[in-house]
Design a protein around this ligand. Structure first.
Ligand SMILES: [Zn+2]
Length: 297
């Protein structure tokens, strides 16, 4: 049973922290839908999963959520990397050849250091310094190609009439917290879920929660494989139960809004079915009980 559920914020963050191996097994750690799925795959792997490294930057999901769903203007914190960077390289003053060798053998002339433009490389010292500088300003560096792909995906999503309406009429990035009370009535587990798109008061899509996903292939067959592999229905079951407990709304459907990672970024919409929902709810409860058991043993 879920108790104490409440909506704590909307639009404030676009990705949930997954803690560190040290914090993940403490009584305070709030379990997310993703935690539940990873725990279901392998409890040991879930427990030992390393924490977030700020240098890793945002993944494509996080970036899409941060630009498409976050409060307007929030997307401005993502800074694309420049195309090139400037660095000093030894250049021969006679023939212009570039090499790390101090002397040009062809001209028998010492090379002199000259500023040259190089294609951006995350490993280069100057590029690392740039990224550090951006992060120090509270901004987030984003690889240029990722930023461009994200822009195209957003255009596709916003260009779709139905989706644009759904986005306009909904609350976005709704963070819900709650507590799972175990069947033994003694132990409980803090929970949190970030719901991409949730009903805003009442309109025609009242009873639906939506997740936006970047997928390799949005066609129905590939989607079912992807959904099973990433435990989408289990994640949805936990998010739905938390949202229902927090708002008292009866959520009847779960919708996945898919966008393909590669051009032409084909869109897809998939709905859950009552049968799968029932099954996912049972799996969700089983996993929560197992997690409680592991935490207390
Ligand atoms: Zn030369």
């Amino acid at each position: 049973m879920i108790t104490d559920a409440k909506i704590v914020s909307a639009g404030a963050q676009c990705c949930l922290d997954w803690g560190t191996p040290e914090t993940r097994t403490t009584a305070e750690y709030a379990v997310t839908p993703m935690d539940l799925v990873l725990f279901g795959h392998s409890p040991a792997r879930w427990r030992l999963r390393p924490g977030r490294d700020p240098e890793d930057g945002p993944g494509r999901h996080e970036l899409l959520r941060g630009t498409l769903l976050a409060a307007s203007g929030a997307g401005a914190k993502y800074i694309p990397t420049p195309e090139t960077y400037r660095t000093l390289r030894p250049v021969c003053p006679k023939c212009g050849s570039e090499s790390s060798a101090a002397t040009c053998r062809k001209c028998n002339t010492p090379r002199v250091n000259q500023a040259v433009e190089r294609p951006w490389s995350p490993q280069a010292q100057n590029c690392k310094l740039w990224a550090e500088d951006v992060r120090e300003k509270g901004l987030v560096p984003v690889p240029r190609a990722l930023g461009e792909a994200n822009r195209r995906m957003m255009d596709r999503i916003i260009g779709d009439r139905h989706t644009a309406k759904l986005l306009a009429d909904s609350q976005k990035l709704v963070l819900v917290t709650g507590t799972y009370e175990g069947k033994d009535g003694k132990n409980c587990l803090p929970l949190k879920a970030l719901i991409d798109i949730a009903p805003d008061e009442c309109h025609e899509l009242c009873a639906t929660l939506t997740t936006v996903l970047v997928v390799p292939d949005a066609s129905p067959g590939s989607w079912s494989n992807f959904a099973v592999k990433t435990g989408q229905h289990i994640q949805a079951a936990l998010a739905r139960q938390l949202f229902q407990a927090a708002t008292g709304e009866d959520i009847k459907h779960y919708l996945w809004l898919l966008v393909e990672a590669k051009e032409p970024h084909i869109l897809g919409r998939r709905r859950s079915t009552p049968e799968l929902d029932k099954l996912a709810e049972q799996t969700c409860e089983r996993l929560l009980e197992r997690m409680l058991f592991c935490r207390n043993s």
